[in-house]
Ligand binder design. Structure first.
Ligand code: ZN
Length: 138
């Protein structure tokens, strides 16, 4: 019998629009795409600013702080790279952008809408990193 093999989360699917987001995460930085002309943030990354139509963009470093906007507890279908139940959450970053992520370090019965969280970084396959969020202890 062989020792269990660690199964890491799948690597992200890269596009011309999201590669900056994922490359920043490899450096353990949460950066959100911003418009280089009007300064507004947008997520997920995309080629054009929905506010002013600019094609100029930058990747803005976030504080990593936010709150739980909503969440879902996923039991199925199960994939070996994840621990179940998966705590999927919409996180409102303090900078005003909402991201989809996972909650860690919290029991499913203790999750609350509006609870403060901060980002952590989880390893994925091939050296990639995904952001996850942990409740901030009072
Ligand atoms: Zn803009």
């Amino acid at each position: 019998m062989s020792a269990p093999t660690e199964v890491r989360r799948p690597a992200p699917v890269l596009t011309d629009d999201n590669v900056g987001y994922w490359e920043a995460l490899r450096d353990r930085e949460l950066r959100i795409q911003g418009c280089a002309d009007c300064g507004r943030l947008r997520h997920p990354p995309r080629p054009m600013c929905p506010h002013c139509g600019s094609l100029n963009k930058s990747m803005v470093l976030m504080s990593g702080r936010g709150t739980v906007y909503s969440y879902s507890i996923l039991h199925h279908p199960q994939a070996p790279a994840f621990d179940y139940p998966v705590l999927a959450a919409l996180i409102d970053l303090d900078e005003g952008v909402r991201v989809v992520s996972n909650l860690v370090g919290v029991d499913k019965d203790d999750i609350r809408i509006g609870m403060p969280v901060h980002v952590e970084f989880a390893d994925a396959r091939d050296g990639w990193v995904v952001p996850v969020f942990r409740p901030v202890s009072a």
